[in-house]
Design a protein around this ligand. Sequence first.
Ligand SMILES: Cc1ncc(COP(=O)(O)O)c(C=O)c1O
Length: 430
Amino acid sequence: MSAPLDHLIETLNETGMTRFFRRMFDDFPDLLMKDMTVEEVRPDRMIRVQGRWVRNFGSDSFLGLDQHPRVKEAIERGVRDWGTHNGTSRAFSSVAPNVEVEEKIAAWQCTEAALLYPSVTLANIGALPGLVTRRDVVVADQYAHNSIEEGSRLAKARGVRIAKFAHNSTQELERTLRELRPFRHALIALDGVYSMSGQLPPLVEFQKTVREFDGFLYVDDAHGTGVLGTQGRGTVRDALGSNENTLVIGSLSKALSCQGGFVAGSRAAIDVLKLRSNPLIFGGPVPPPYLVGLSAALDIITSLEYDKLRANLDANVRRFVSGANKLGLALLGGLVPIVSVLVGPEEITLRAGRFLFDRGCYVQSVVFPAVPHGAGVLRIQINANHSMEAIEELLTALAEMKQTIPLLGQDGEVIRILVTPSVRPSAIPA
Ligand SMILES: Cc1ncc(COP(=O)(O)O)c(C=O)c1O
């Protein structure tokens, strides 16, 4: 007889999503590139996989700061000055670079204060449930990041009512809030940039609506940080001009190319979060070398050099979007450096990704559950350190792909699945 743990693992393998993934692995062993190992990288976004160099269009390091000499040198200096880790939760003490980075983030974001978390996921699992109590409600966009859902579940476990509303719909948000009344305050959680489609939320309309319901916006801007608006301050300041009645959660691991997440807001909000974010109290911090690296990355972002990096990035995005449009591909995004090419069914999406890889361009094939069933996309991330030649090569490979692989997205049906509200909020128990 197998041990209980072995038996449990066997059962889990036959259950729900695990079973679904196992089937995919069995059905498409050559198409799924999930376990791809990158053996080497070069500063120009080439990666070596199984001994072959291919162009990497799957990096969140949008500005190319992961390869910036000043950021690399700062991390090395951080190791020399501080060692690899300070070995304690911030509930006990912080190192000076932690305080320095939080001050720089607050100055950059034009807020009174900022608080660092080891990742955006931990920020959402810590800050979101920390901001509400039993009399409040949490309402999240149906396509908000998984960590918002996990944070909402923690809030629910503590007696907070939670709900979802249909994607990007002000009307549905309003209806959900009306149905949930009475409550004290509503935390409205959404992504600043939807990472699978590159779509942005209608923040101006949302802000108006939430005000009418004594609510506030909680915006996970992981993919907008560093690439949208003046000095890359992100989606919220770009759309609303201020952080009033809004908490911004930004990423330090994507455009800033180091490690961590942050919450930027009023001093009072940050002080409360320090006391109510369990992952911060019971878990470890961003290691000091990365804090020193972040300090350098923030200096670059707030200097004139940022304009140059952004100009490269924006030119690359424009060139790619214009070329892909000319090919007649059905595109989503393009306002940020994430552009999704709509394909459709799971197998065809995986085959399309594999086709591009075989022609020297790695892009991510995104299928269910990250997107709805039958709405698979090729997610393409454009970076500032891609050369124009790299962009042209990708466009050539896409043109060949279009001749070979039937892209069902072009009839517009898949676009509707991905970007329009599809579910009544009351039908989505969170
Ligand atoms: C909107 C959003 N939030 C959070 C995350 C996760 O961030 P982290 O890796 O810092 O936990 C991602 C990752 O891509 C994301 O797209």
